[in-house]
Design a protein around this ligand. Structure first.
Ligand code: SF4
Ligand code: SF4
Ligand code: SF4
Length: 153
């Protein structure tokens, strides 16, 4: 998973504030949270001395195919449909405590994980605890997956 430090290392580190943030580190945090884009750092766009780092940064931050807008990816080829992530995700438990959150058939359309035809599907990904105002470093789905099918990029 991409870290703030990895992003920061590729930035100009001049704290010039042209992106609207007070430091490059603050920019790195917002870039990782997908609140800003690489192109919001104007020196990286306009100054050729940063072009190699610009390319690396875009590669680091650009979602690969199948990635949701929050960076969550379910590698369907690895998923065995065990349902561990379905009952482990705190959003599932809160949205559907007696259905998906208890390992039963989902009774709410607000859940994130749902097993369909033996493979987990991720929906409502914007509700993930890793995003939004009160974000936490939740790893419940990643940790409980026996096949490493879930990843955040
Ligand atoms: S515009 Fe770029 S170099 Fe300037 S503070 Fe923001 S991230 Fe740093
Ligand atoms: S990181 Fe946590 S809240 Fe987000 S999908 Fe995984 S288990 Fe759910
Ligand atoms: S925990 Fe992993 S293998 Fe099990 S359903 Fe979720 S993604 Fe699939």
């Amino acid at each position: 998973m991409t870290s703030v430090m990895e992003i920061y290392q590729l930035l100009p580190k001049t704290n010039c504030k042209q992106c609207g943030k007070s430091t490059c580190m603050a920019f790195a945090v917002d870039l990782l949270a997908r609140k800003l884009k690489v192109d919001d750092c104007l020196p990286m766009v306009n100054n050729t001395k940063y072009s190699s780092d610009y390319d690396k940064l875009n590669k680091l931050i650009t979602p690969v195919s199948g990635v949701t807008e929050t960076g969550l990816i379910v590698h369907e080829d690895k998923c065995i449909g065990c349902g561990n992530c379905v009952v482990a995700c705190p959003v599932n438990v809160a949205a559907d405590p007696f259905g998906a959150g208890s390992g039963k058939a989902p009774t709410s359309d607000k859940v994130i994980f749902k097993v369909e035809d033996g493979i987990v599907k991720a929906k409502n990904v914007q509700e993930c605890r890793r995003f939004g105002e009160n974000k936490t470093i939740c790893v419940a789905c990643i940790d409980t997956c026996p096949t490493k099918a879930i990843e955040f990029v």
